[in-house]
Design a protein around this ligand. Sequence first.
Ligand code: DQA
Length: 145
Amino acid sequence: DTILILNGPNLNLLGQREPHIYGHETLADVEARCRTLAAGFGLTLAFHQSNAEHQLIDWIQAYRVGSAGIVINAGAYTHTSIAILDALNACEVPIIECHISNVHRREAFRHHSYVSLAATAVMAGFGTHGYDLAIRHLAHLREAH
Ligand code: DQA
């Protein structure tokens, strides 16, 4: 079984970009840790990042049925993209929305999320540990089935 972990725009700069908000870990660090964690649950990861909206949508569509779920940090597209919302609404698998920062204590334009309208659960402010928690929850949902 596979979990899709999707990262949107600017998350390729994780570790270099605003480290006081997003921390010093790189996306490659997060990916390595998540792969080890998922393997312990017998799950495989598809771990992707893109700055392009269409690419994120293509990956969502590829995992919309039959996967163990989708973890999505859509970056700023969270707050703007009806197209990503539509793609998520077409999914039959659980969706965990993940934000490294606590978007609710930041600028008002980060308080609204299109992704939340389709998400099974939402994480914000757990730092990069949020990805680990999301994987644990998807593994838990898999076992409960
Ligand atoms: C983010 C929060 C978004 O508002 C922002 O545009 C990001 C990262 C987070 O992980 O905290 O790019 O999704």
